[in-house]
Design a protein around this ligand. Structure first.
Ligand SMILES: C[S@@+](CC[C@H](N)C(=O)[O-])C[C@H]1O[C@@H](n2cnc3c(N)ncnc32)[C@H](O)[C@@H]1O
Length: 278
């Protein structure tokens, strides 16, 4: 197969990407090369060559069109790196975020041990939390989501670990498991519909609405999950949430009967809520 040097593709991107401006063009092009062709910045410095033919070239030009329509790179490349592996993603799931990687690393740090634990990820989306926890905690892991399309993607990702996580297509409202859990993790939808105008237009246009927004009550999922935990979380069990820092006070009230703490993300924002049941 003929080859092409990576700087030629990079330069073509720089000259054709017009949806973004300034440094964003560079960043988006680098991200695309990494997600689509696995070309890192150092590969570019070394001007590494990659296989190239007419078919790849046609697909490449179609991708540039998509970039210029504002479609996120991850949905174009159908991939996002999360924690320690690439996950398949498409427009039916939220693109896994770096702050959620932080949540996962806290859970792994705090829960690693000898005892095999039961773990539930509520609102699993691509399965990125559940699969990462399975790999690093060697636990029995379950993931639920009310979106059938999301569960399909989670199961696609599950193949990478021989389908060892059990993904279930059910909303938290309908889930009545036969087992209890030691760890419950959730990055639920937490943007109030009133804050819609503050959300980046690309996110609004391309990421699933039901993964992001809660209609009236911004704490809806935290309340539901707390109710669920009253029945299905073992004593000495723990809940780990990603949160909207805007609702720290209200969340403090909701979990006031429990041993809870808020944890900052790397930018110093209260991003996570950890709750223990004694
Ligand atoms: C913010 S996304 C999180 C996705 C993934 N866990 C992540 O961190 O990238 C929230 C997820 O909750 C799901 N969801 C929405 N309503 C739900 C419900 N009632 N029960 C369970 N999952 C729900 C959405 O489909 C979406 O996949």
């Amino acid at each position: 197969m003929p080859v092409i040097d990576s700087n030629s593709i990079y330069n073509e991107l720089l000259s054709k990407v017009n949806y973004y401006s300034g440094n964003d063009i560079k960043n988006i092009s680098l991200k695309y090369l990494y997600q689509k062709f696995n070309l890192s910045n150092s590969d570019l410095l070394l001007n590494k060559t990659i296989n190239w033919n007419k078919k790849i070239n046609i697909a490449f030009n179609k991708d540039i069109e998509k970039i210029n329509n504002g479609i996120p790179i991850q949905y174009i490349a159908k991939s996002q790196f999360f924690y320690d592996q690439n996950f398949y993603v498409d427009e039916s799931v939220l693109i896994p975020r770096p702050e959620t990687e932080e949540l996962v690393s806290h859970v792994i740090r705090l829960e690693k041990g000898d005892k095999k634990k039961n773990v539930l990820d509520i609102g699993t989306g691509s399965g990125c939390i559940a699969i990462s926890l399975f790999k690093h905690l060697e636990a029995n892991v379950f993931g639920i989501d009310s979106s059938k399309a999301a569960i399909k993607i989670a199961n696609k990702n599950n193949k990478l670990i021989e389908n060892q996580v059990r993904f279930i297509h059910l909303g938290i409202e309908e889930y009545n498991p036969e087992i209890n859990f030691d760890i419950i993790v959730s990055n639920p939808p937490y943007i109030s519909i009133n804050d819609k105008k503050r959300v980046d237009e690309n996110v609004l246009r391309h990421e699933p609405y039901e993964a992001l927004f809660v209609d009236k009550d911004p704490l809806y999922f935290y309340r539901k999950i707390l109710m669920f935990c009253k029945n299905y979380l073992n004593r000495k069990g723990n809940m780990y949430f990603e949160i909207n820092d805007k609702y720290v006070n209200e969340l403090g009230v909701l979990f006031s009967g429990y041993d809870y703490k808020f944890i900052n993300d790397i930018y110093g924002k209260k991003r996570f809520l950890f709750v223990s049941v004694v």
